[in-house]
Write a protein that binds this ligand. Structure first.
Ligand code: SAH
Length: 278
């Protein structure tokens, strides 16, 4: 099948399952030639609704091109508008950066940061070959964001994080949104979308996801999460679904916030107050 037809049937499949609802997002998935970002597999495989490992060491996956249905849900949570300034953490293949560029349009900006030099080169080449030369691909540790182009309307994190570093707070506009796969020891693997209101991030939705962990000095998982408060919650295999999260910089965490939540997780930089589905 021609690649345009493969994209059309992927979009139809994502719409049928409810992963993709918005016309602009459907247009982006229909426009970006995913197979050019994973030349190691056949075109048919590139357009299946699956993640594909693009870099690994032994049994460990360093980078994958994400699963389309999960990306569609995360992108819709991020709510990217034409003209937005968008920061992505974790470039990988560059595929998601291309989708973000379609949505931000010619008057927007996409900056994407990657810590692996060979992946920076690979993404740069694929983006250029597909006409996305306006996307900025930066080599560096995403924990520091990218101050030169800040502030951003949207921050999309494409790897698992257990905290929201101060740099991301500083580089996100008030009213802006951040979507981040969160691993704070509650509710299993999910990406949370937050809207910023002053020094508070309020979750606007949560989607199931699966990502590699952020690496680097700051990415190392803490020995254990610090649970300031946990009521009626069981940890381990029986994760309870998360309904909403309010996040504040840890130095600003107030006791009132702590009283409202089912679980409060204090990380070095951000404190998360989690309400569970009952
Ligand atoms: N968005 C990608 C998928 C990324 S997989 C795509 O569409 O293909 C996660 C990526 O995050 C990997 O490429 C990994 O190398 C990168 N990564 C891990 N830790 C990082 C860090 N601290 N800073 C920047 N990138 C990081």
């Amino acid at each position: 099948m021609e690649d345009a037809r493969l994209r059309e049937s992927l979009v139809a499949e994502l719409q049928r399952t409810g992963a993709l609802r918005e016309a602009a997002v459907a247009h982006a998935f229909g426009a970006v030639p995913r197979h050019r970002f994973v030349p190691e597999v056949s075109e048919e495989e590139a357009y299946a609704d699956r993640a594909i490992s693009i870099k690994g060491t032994g049994s460990e996956t360093v980078a994958s091109i994400s699963q389309p249905s999960m990306l569609a849900r995360m992108i819709e949570l991020a709510g990217i508008r034409p003209g937005d300034r968008v920061l992505e953490i974790g470039t990988g293949s560059g595929y998601n950066a291309a989708l973000l560029a379609e949505l931000a349009g010619p008057h927007g900006l996409v900056v994407t940061i990657e810590v692996e030099p060979d992946l920076v080169q690979r993404a740069r080449a694929a983006l250029d070959a597909c006409g996305y030369d306006a996307v900025r691909v930066v080599l560096g540790d995403g924990h520091g964001g990218f101050a030169q182009e800040a502030p951003y309307d949207r921050i999309v994190v494409s790897a698992r994080a257990n905290d929201i570093p101060v740099a991301w707070w500083q580089q996100l506009k008030d009213g802006g949104r951040i979507v981040v796969p969160l691993d704070i020891g509650v509710g299993g693997e999910y990406a949370a979308g937050f809207a910023r209101a002053g020094n508070e991030l309020r979750s606007i939705g949560i989607v199931q996801c699966l990502f590699v962990a952020l690496r680097g000095e700051r990415g190392a998982a803490p020995a254990e999460n610090i649970f300031l408060r946990a009521q009626h919650v069981r940890y381990g295999t029986q994760a309870q679904p998360v309904k909403s999260i309010v996040a504040v910089p840890t130095p600003d965490a107030l006791s009132t916030l702590l009283e409202l939540a089912d679980v409060v997780v204090a990380q070095p930089e951000t404190t998360f107050a989690v309400t569970l589905v009952r």
